[in-house]
Design a protein around this ligand. Structure first.
Ligand SMILES: [Zn+2]
Length: 265
């Protein structure tokens, strides 16, 4: 494979409050990266070799991850987490379509059915990308216009046709963060791992996701993910942060030991 992009140099963080404790990155033309140690699932403790037949993507394939996989995620956990990834993908389906993110089989995910209330299509025509949106039954002006006060272009994408459980989309991000966690820190997160395995899909107020998205050009074939730990004694700031950039989407959560727990620790 020809190398189009080189992996950027190791990121540095100029923050007096946080230090990067784990980081992974991948891009087109670079070799794959595997995380974890083979032989034991970090999420359920499975050690049976036959339970590790599938490739476990650390970050969702649908967000363009072709490079980073986990050796310590068993097939059963992989299948469960796949439903979380699916919810995350649905929650951001329109962004993935508009950004032209190439997922499994290098295909761009299309959003909505053509005969449904709304759909978005991304196509390559004569080497140029073409994004189209169809909204059946509502005026186009409701979806596209100019904010006269600010001069901003307003592009309102109907996303209500994709049904998903928000807490599961959140669980997908928590799982990615835990996949990066140094093994010796895992025992501190057993309650969170139990919550990932539970059927508790309640969305709680602290489950907030920071999202940013760039629409300039197609989604670049690269990704990075990092865990940051607070180094200062400032207890007003979160103890741990998880940040990932996949293509043109950047997502951030606070990793606490109390996800899913109604009584904060
Ligand atoms: Zn497992």
């Amino acid at each position: 494979m020809r190398s189009f992009l080189s992996t950027p140099p190791e990121a540095t963080l100029e923050s007096p409050d946080y230090a990067i404790i784990a980081m992974v990155q991948g891009s087109l033309g670079e070799p794959g990266v595997t995380l974890g140690t083979k032989g034991r699932c970090r999420f359920c403790g499975q050690t049976e070799p036959r339970a590790f037949r599938n490739v476990a993507h650390t970050l969702p394939e649908a967000f363009g991850n072709k490079w980073v996989t986990s050796l310590d995620e068993c097939d059963a956990c992989n299948a469960r987490f796949g439903t979380f990834d699916d919810a995350l993908v649905k929650s951001m389906g329109a962004i993935l379509t508009v950004g032209g993110t190439q997922g499994k089989g290098n295909k761009v995910r299309q959003t909505g059915r053509s005969d449904g209330p709304a759909s978005i299509r991304h196509r390559i025509v004569d080497g140029k990308r073409l994004i189209s949106m169809r909204a059946n039954g509502t005026p186009f002006a409701e979806h596209f216009g100019v904010n006269r006060k600010t001069g901003e272009l307003v592009f309102r994408i109907p996303g209500g046709t994709e049904r998903f459980i928000p807490a599961r989309a959140y669980k997908a991000l928590v799982k990615m963060a835990l996949a990066l966690l140094p093994a010796d820190a895992l025992p501190n997160f057993t309650k969170i791992i139990a919550w990932l395995h539970s059927t508790d899909d309640d969305l709680l107020p602290h489950m907030i996701v920071g999202i940013s998205f760039s629409i300039i050009g197609n989604s670049p074939p690269l990704l990075a993910a990092a865990l940051l730990r607070r180094t200062s004694g400032n207890r007003d700031t979160p103890c741990m942060l998880f940040v990932t950039t996949m293509g043109s989407v950047c997502l951030q959560i606070v990793l606490t030991r109390r996800h899913g727990l109604r009584v904060p620790e």
